[in-house]
Structures are given as C-alpha cells and as structure tokens.
Design a protein around this ligand. Structure first.
Ligand SMILES: Cc1cc2nc3c(=O)[nH]c(=O)nc-3n(C[C@H](O)[C@H](O)[C@H](O)COP(=O)(O)OP(=O)(O)OC[C@H]3O[C@@H](n4cnc5c(N)ncnc54)[C@H](O)[C@@H]3O)c2cc1C
Length: 395
C-alpha cells in the first residue's frame, strides 16, 4: 500500500512554513522583486526557522530531518514566492548538500554549521557560458596543482546565490587532468573573496528577481589542495547525483507555484465581477481552475513519488526527471491560465500571478531543461546514448 499522508512532524513543518510564507514573505516580497533586491532579512528568518538545516544531521548544525522535509518547505514557499524558494533550494540541495555528501569531516565541520543556520550560502558552479546541457562536453574551466594549491582558470554562468554578501563558498566543476577524449573532472571549493575569483554584477532577469544569479570568473585563482571536494576525478558523477536530488526539490517548488496559482484564482474569482456575476459563476472559469488544480495535484504526487523513492534508497533518477518535467509544465500552464483569469490585473506586477508568470518559465530551463528531462527519461527506458557521454543535462 502506498500512502501519501504526511506524518505529524511533516504536517507541522508544512503548516509552519505556510504561515511564514503568508505572514512574512507575502506582504513584502513584491517590493524586493520590483527593486531587484536580495531579501536578506527574510533569508535570516528562514535560517532561524531552521529551513536551511532541514535535511542535515544535528552534529553539523542541521535539524536532523530529511530531504522530503526540505521539499515540503519548498512547496509551501513556492506557493507564495519563487525567489525565496530558489534561494533555499539552491542553498541547500545544490550548495550545502554536496559538501555534506562528498566532503571530508573537516570540510563539513568548517562549512556546514553556518550554512545550516542560513547565515551563509553556498553555490553550485556547473554551467558555463559555453553550455549547460552539454556538460561535461562544453566545459572549459580547468584546475591544475601547483605547489600544493589548485590554480583555477575559467568561468561559470548563471550561478544562484554566488554573489550575495553572505555567500561563503562555490563548489565548481573543473577539468583537472586526463586527455581530450577522457577528461578528468573534479569539484573544487572556492571560498568567496579568494583573489582571482570575480563575481559579475547581478543579471537582469525576467523572473526570480529577488534571488541572486551571477557569472563567475576565475583567473589564476589559487585555493589549497585540500579544497578538492570528494574524490579527484569523481566531480562530474558527484554533481550528477546532486542534480538528481535537486530535480526533486525544484519539482516541489514548481508544484508549489502551480498550487499558488490556484490559491490566487480562487480568491480573485469570488471578488471580481463581469456581466453581473462574479467570475466564479462562469463555467469556463470554473473549468480553467479545475484543470489548474488537476495539474497542481499531479505535480505534487509526482514529486512525492520521486522523494519517497529517494527516501527509501531506491533508484529515483527517472522519477526525479518525470517529477521535474511534470511540475515545471504544470507551473508554466497554471501561471498562463491564472494570468488570463486575472485579465489586465494579471499583467500588473503588483499582483502575485504576474510574478508567478515571470517566474514559471525558468522552471523549464534550470536544473536541466525540459528537453534534457526527456533525454534522461528516454535513456532510463533504454533509448538513446548511455551516460556519461551524453551530458549531464545541466543544472
Ligand atoms: C536563473 C537561473 C539560475 C541558474 N542557477 C544555476 C546554478 O546555481 N548553477 C548552475 O550550474 N547553473 C545554473 N543555471 C543554469 C541552467 O542550469 C542552464 O541554463 C540550463 O542547464 C540550460 O543550459 P544553457 O542555458 O547553457 O542552455 P543550452 O544547453 O545551450 O540549451 C539551449 C537549448 O537547446 C536545448 N538542447 C540542448 N541540447 C539538446 C539536445 N541534445 N537535444 C535537444 N535539445 C537540446 C536545450 O534544451 C535548450 O532548449 C541557472 C540558470 C538560470 C536561468
């Protein structure tokens, strides 16, 4: 028997985050979004709630919870705002998780406590200006050993949480040896402020406007040899594993956005009138909202399923890709329909559905595009090329 009923602890967490999103995030996030400002105070309060430490053991400052708990939090935040949700998702699932999974005890003890408290943020440097889907094929960043230090040269594109004043470290994938046909790829931890590590100004983005996304460059950037994260030559495999989990998390965020569209429409159609009736009176509107609810529900079940497999220690790669594809489609479709239901107001930034519309598109791009998810699913079904030659699918 399969049960998707939440445990008491998970339900309590869900309600706590929902209340936080409603009372703390919703009233102010539109202003941060318009000003394109990173919401440090909100992030600090999320830290105090323990959200950044959810899936990590208490010995590293975490809450001793699980990955499902993180996904639940992302779902509830995503219902209200994606900028804060992606800051949490990228900080935990992409930033801190590889340090926990692959780091030495010393690295965990050095970096994780601050990250778990949300006082610092870590970033995940995979994508490069020359290509995200085609990693490692399109990778150019290199790191060579010299006098006990890695010397890193190259650049990374579109890296979330990389340029805030509380960013502590970026884990970057680099070519560390091998031949042109068989490149050795490793993950190197590059602390913020390292000489030769430059962070470009924030991109001008269509959505996620209150989150931090930067291009990074490394020019003879030297870090100690001990900043190797995990095993030398295993960086690509480590990042792929990180991405599989990350896709479940981004699916949860996307399902949250899809549900948030339903929430907003239910409120609006009971207030707005046309032709003498509330919008809720018209069957076309009812059917649109019913379809939105169907998509949001399907998206939630898809990420629950992938997270349950992850939690049980079962293979979940295909299900993570299915969840990501299902939920990002649901988010995009619901955002389009919600904007339509709001009419002209749906095109005004002061209404959350306008923000949802702008934020939904990137969910079909980040952590592997929709095409890449289909590639992964097809390969898992035995079709097409086997990994690793076919690329990681980006982040
Ligand atoms: C706001 C934002 C935040 C991000 N955060 C991070 C981060 O924290 N860390 C990080 O490393 N990256 C991050 N990314 C990068 C993101 O993961 C990449 O943009 C994504 O993987 C796609 O890579 P690309 O942009 O290079 O597109 P490309 O790989 O150039 O793809 C372009 C198009 O071609 C399609 N395509 C490519 N190959 C094929 C193929 N073989 N068959 C069919 N279609 C194909 C793609 O699906 C896409 O539609 C972020 C991106 C954004 C926009």
């Amino acid at each position: 028997m399969i049960s998707y009923r939440l445990s008491d602890e998970h339900e309590e967490l869900r309600l706590t985050v929902a209340e936080f999103a409603r009372d703390v995030v919703a009233p102010v996030i539109g202003g941060f979004y318009e000003r394109r400002e990173f919401p440090y105070e909100i992030v600090a309060r999320m830290g105090k709630l323990g959200l950044f430490g959810l899936p990590f053991p208490e010995e590293y400052g975490g809450m001793g919870g699980d990955f499902f708990a993180l996904c639940l939090a992302l779902h509830e935040l995503g219902r209200v705002d994606s900028s804060v949700a992606i800051t949490l998702e990228a900080g935990v699932a992409l930033g801190a998780m590889p340090i926990y999974r692959f780091g030495s005890r010393e690295q965990r003890e050095r970096w994780l406590p601050d990250l778990c408290r949300g006082e610092r943020l870590a970033a995940f440097g995979l994508t490069e200006p020359g290509g995200g889907s085609d990693i490692p094929g399109g990778m150019r960043t290199t790191a060579r050993l010299d006098a006990g230090e890695w010397v890193v040269d190259g650049s990374k594109a579109f890296i979330t949480n990389a340029g805030t004043s509380i960013t502590s470290v970026v884990s970057a994938l680099a070519i560390t040896g091998g031949s042109a046909r068989d490149r050795e790829i490793s993950a190197i931890m590059i602390p913020a402020g390292t000489p030769g590590f430059t962070v470009a100004p924030e991109y001008s983005k269509v959505g996620w406007c209150a989150s931090d996304t930067r291009e990074l460059s490394f020019a003879s950037c030297r870090v100690p040899e001990s900043n190797l994260l995990g095993e030398r030559g295993r960086g690509y495999a480590q990042f792929l594993q990180t991405l599989d989990e990350g896709r479940v998390a981004i699916a949860a965020l996307s399902a949250g956005l899809a549900q948030g569209c339903v929430d907003e429409c239910l409120r609006y159609v009971g207030e707005r009138s046309a032709f003498g009736h509330h919008l809720a009176h018209y069957q076309d509107i009812q059917f649109k909202i019913a379809d939105m609810e169907v998509r949001a529900h399907g998206a939630r079940i898809a990420w629950y399923d992938a997270a349950a497999r992850l939690h049980a220690g079962e293979a979940f790669k295909k299900h993570a890709a299915i969840a990501k594809l299902t939920a990002s489609n649901a988010a995009m479709d619901n955002a389009r329909d919600a904007t339509q239901i709001f009419g002209g107001y749906g095109f005004m930034n002061e209404f959350p559905v306008a923000r949802f519309y702008r934020d939904a598109k990137v969910l079909e791009i980040g952590e592997g595009t929709s095409e890449v998810q289909r590639m992964i699913i097809a390969r898992q079904l035995g079709l097409g090329k086997a990994e690793p030659d076919g690329g990681s699918g980006g982040t």
